[in-house]
Design a protein around this ligand. Structure first.
Ligand SMILES: Nc1nc2c(ncn2[C@@H]2O[C@H](COP(=O)(O)OP(=O)(O)O)[C@@H](O)[C@H]2O)c(=O)[nH]1
Ligand SMILES: [Mg+2]
Length: 187
């Protein structure tokens, strides 16, 4: 589908398009939502209370909004730590699509990404795309390799640099292309 075709599909929804961004700790969820958001984000990153390999982590959720060709998109980034599992379900309620991020330089996290994906998609019939972050690094798994590892069709897996707007928005557009009838799901 071309960009203009999916824009036609999304004709004038009254509700914002709700997109959930999930994935393991360190996948780039907070970065992704911050890169895309046009509004000042709620800062839900706090000092990590357990050893998760970085000093700050997200409690509650990341929230950001952006306008894609006249359509308001709301992004909800889930926390990665498992003790916040319940948040995934809350955030996925009424979601139009799911962006599952995983860091391409952290293959040890691929099974975690698969587990989160299975957890969500077994409960919600939500279209999803896997975004393999850190594509700007020299040594990184490419989307096709991650697709094979996760046994997903290659069109469901894209690579991105979550720190760069154009790369991040492309991932969002690929997801919207996979969403067949977004307006009917909003009603
Ligand atoms: N080079 C690079 N760094 C990234 C990318 N995505 C995230 N990061 C960095 O990876 C770290 C973890 O990202 P964060 O957004 O906190 O991950 P979260 O736990 O999923 O919210 C931060 O230092 C980010 O700046 C990326 O695509 N490329
Ligand atoms: Mg975070």
């Amino acid at each position: 589908m071309s960009d203009s075709e999916w824009q036609d599909d999304l004709a004038e929804p009254s509700e914002p398009l709700k997109i959930v961004v999930s994935g393991p700790v360190g996948a780039g969820k907070t970065t992704y939502v911050r890169t895309l958001s046009e509004v000042l984000m709620l800062d839900t990153d706090v000092e990590a209370s357990e050893d998760i390999g970085k000093s700050h982590t997200t409690v509650a959720f990341d929230f950001g909004t952006l306008n894609v060709d006249g359509h308001m998109v709301h992004l909800y980034g889930t926390p990665g730590q498992e003790r916040f599992d319940f948040m995934w379900e809350v955030l996925c309620e009424g979601a139009l699509g799911l962006i599952m991020l995983v860091a391409g330089d952290q293959p040890k996290d691929f099974p975690k990404a698969r587990a989160i994906l299975d957890f969500i998609t077994s409960r919600y019939d939500v279209p999803f795309i896997v975004g393999v972050t850190h594509q700007d690094l020299l040594v990184v798994w490419e989307p096709d390799e991650v697709a094979a590892y996760l046994r997903l069709p290659p069109e469901h897996v894209v690579g991105l640099d979550a720190t760069v707007f154009s790369s991040s928005v492309q991932t969002l557009i690929r997801l919207l292309e996979l969403v067949e009838s977004p307006v009917s799901q909003l009603i």
